[in-house]
Design a protein around this ligand. Structure first.
Ligand code: 3HC
Length: 318
């Protein structure tokens, strides 16, 4: 492609981004923009699919039929979120097979939060309240992302996330207003999930490898620290409503800034879990590999059916 036409394409791309319009699959885009999106969207999709596992552990142990039905619906939603996002990544030319291979081989990243164990029923509440609450803060921002299919997937996902967060908060509310044992369970879950949830927003802006470019391309609309701060400010108030204590001795309201100051995040733990050293990394990958093996016959049957249907349709058309 000659230099002149590339600069015209680049100018058109820049114009769309500056005008707050969406880049669509057929539009010219810088190769690095495409690769950055494939990286982020595929990791997002992996997070949704692996994210089913911690809560899936409690579907058979839910305390009531209503809790079981609600949790089942939530976990099923997450599978759908993964499918929307894998489909969005496929519009960028990345194959589903490659993304699956990257996940199952351990090469691909997914959110570290899903490598923590769910020890009690209160963890299901904490995940809905905190993890989905954090995901909502991040994903509402992503509704404004510059890549059309990703932005549209986010709109649908955010609607379902609000149900996820509310059901989690309600579980924490019932436990916090329950017996001493139940309230202790809720506090214990908050103690274990609070800091890994803050890590969901990524490294501090100064340590973020992609933020600067991602914000130039309007893939990312707010920085990691901005979104983390927004989550802390809203969630501390919710914890007060529950009568639960945020496990951070440095937490204090800064009236001048209008924000909560909070303590240091353990980035060594974050890096350890990113590199596979979390309590459940191995289990999560084994579960995904087992599901992939056990589901192989379904994929084969669907492919065989589709091939047969195409042959039949061709025969009828001839
Ligand atoms: N877990 C694992 N890796 C993480 C991470 C986390 N919580 N946060 C950041 N990283 C990785 C990044 O992927 C990047 O590694 P890479 O270069 O190998 O991809 C590295 O750390 C540096 O981080 P950056 O801030 O430079 O990376 P990004 O600009 O991509 O920002 C992000 C990170 C904010 C997570 C961004 O990727 C994003 O917004 N992703 C979409 C949202 C998402 O993936 N959420 C995951 C949870 S989904 C969920 O909770 C669903 C709910 O329904 C259960």
């Amino acid at each position: 492609m000659d230099q002149n036409s590339v600069s015209n394409d680049q100018a058109r791309f820049d114009q769309i981004i500056d005008a707050e319009e969406k880049i669509e699959p057929r539009d010219w885009m810088p190769e690095k923009y495409r690769l950055n999106l494939i990286r982020q969207i595929s990791q997002h999709a992996h997070s949704e699919v692996v994210g089913q596992l911690p809560e899936g552990n409690w579907i058979g142990r839910a305390p009531t039929l209503r809790r079981k039905a609600t949790l089942l619906a939530k976990v099923q939603d997450e599978a759908g979120h993964g499918l929307y996002l894998y489909s969005a990544a496929e519009t960028l030319g990345e194959s589903r097979e490659k993304m699956m291979d990257d996940l199952l081989s351990g090469k691909a990243k997914y959110a570290t939060i899903f490598n923590y164990p769910t020890l009690t029923w209160a963890d299901v509440g904490a995940i809905g309240w905190l993890v989905d609450g954090a995901a909502i803060v991040n994903q509402i921002s992503l509704c404004q992302t510059s890549y059309g299919p990703y932005a549209r997937a986010m709109v649908r996902i955010c609607k379902e996330e609000s149900f996820h967060m509310r059901q989690g908060f309600e579980i924490m509310q019932v436990l916090s207003n329950g017996s001493h044992t139940q309230k202790s369970m809720a506090q214990d879950a908050l103690n274990r999930w609070w800091w890994p949830t803050l890590m969901m927003f990524g490294p501090h802006d100064s340590d973020s490898a992609h933020s600067q470019q991602s914000m130039k391309w309007k893939i990312k609309r707010q920085s990691n620290d901005e979104l983390r701060q927004k989550f802390v400010d809203q969630t501390v108030e919710q914890a007060k409503h529950l009568g639960l204590k945020i496990p951070d001795k440095d937490l204090r309201w800064n009236s001048e800034q209008g924000h909560y100051e909070f303590g240091p995040i353990d980035w060594d733990e974050f890096q350890r879990v990113v590199k596979g050293g979390g309590l459940c990394n191995r289990d999560r990958l084994c579960a995904r590999r087992r599901a992939d093996e056990e589901g192989g016959w379904v994929r084969d049957a669907l492919i065989a059916y589709e091939e047969k249907r195409c042959v039949r349709d061709k025969g009828e058309a001839a």
